[in-house]
Write a protein that binds this ligand. Sequence first.
Ligand code: NZQ
Ligand code: ZN
Length: 385
Amino acid sequence: MKNFVYANPTRILFGKGQIAALAKQVPESAKVLLTYGGGSIKANGVHAQVMAALAGRAVTEFGGIEPNPTYETMMRAASAARGAGADFILAVGGGSVIDGSKFLAAALKHDGADPWDLVTGAARIRGALPLGVVLTLPATGSESNCGAVVTHKGQGAKLAFGHPALYPAFAVLDPEATRSLPPRQVANGVGDAFVHVVEQYLTVPAGGMVQDAFAEGLLRTLVAVGPKTLADADDMEARANLMWAANQALNGLISVGVPQDWSTHMIGHELTALYGVDHARSLSIVLPAMLKVRRAEKRAKLVQYAANVWCLFDGTEDQRIDAAIERTESFFRSLGLPVRLAEVGLGGEAVPAVRANLEAHGMTALGEDRGVTPAVAEKVLAAAR
Ligand code: NZQ
Ligand code: ZN
């Protein structure tokens, strides 16, 4: 295990009724820009609870942040924020609203030319407006990490970026706010969180016993509560565990001191940018194929994954690895997630197109050992057909 510093400054307020705690979390003198998506928060009562908790503060609203938030939309949000003199952003929604708001928070403190430079790395993030979150969709972990993914529609690019200034000050996680989620979004959330853990765990052994055991516990929890949440919308215990597991999956804890992969995510982002595939669905297609193609490099961890996540102890190592990959696919299928490109209507044309995009975005040495070159990515996509 390598040396590490672990510091996650986001305060979590977890549980039923915690939206009311906003009254204490948002400064009384704040000029708040409340950011949200397509309107689910108005239909399910979350917006009303937020407004009640913010009573007495100046609040301006900016809605219409789309899934896979765009630079174009968030530049309009920046004008609205400037017009209102906002000094605090409250993001109410899922990963898209939160990520778009992180970009906005950094853009509002950027005095250079085009804030898109903050995403590409052409300019440095030097600060951000304070950001708070009310989470409505357990999936990304964005509510307590400092990363974000934004799409530039004009350029057809979906890029990840991050900076410590982008950690939310606090995040409210009320499982009741997730009750209105359609089954597709619940399944997406479970799949996304599962792949987040895998990308930080299923690499090569690094002696991180705590990280490994925590990761395996999160994976087993997701396998248990994902189907329960889908089967019974009123199972609040399952919902609460899903929300906490998805948060812990990507708050930075399980990746400290150990290698990370993220190649499935980077390939998935290109599938979303090119074809609009939901983020989690791009991952459920790419991950099993990635494990097949990178079986030799990941062999030791695949054996560990087979034993500690899927309880596979019988047969040869190869049989256990085969079975673990098969279980992963069946788990995704049981949630209704696709595991082949054809299931989202894509054929062979996607393979060279994704490869070309990866090359254009400099994604040419991915994975824990930088071994996922464009040629390997092409093999992975071919295995996902
Ligand atoms: O826009 P509204 O009307 O709110 O509807 C949303 C949206 O249509 C709906 N929804 C959210 N909460 C709801 C609800 N509907 C009913 N009831 C509720 N309680 O769900 C739809 C999808 O929302 P979205 O925010 O797009 O989903 P998700 O949380 O999965 O976020 C996906 C985005 O996060 C990025 C992805 O790339 C994608 O752009 N990611 C961010 C990460 C990060 N910052 O750490 C890591 C991830 O790997 C991921 O890349
Ligand atoms: Zn993800």
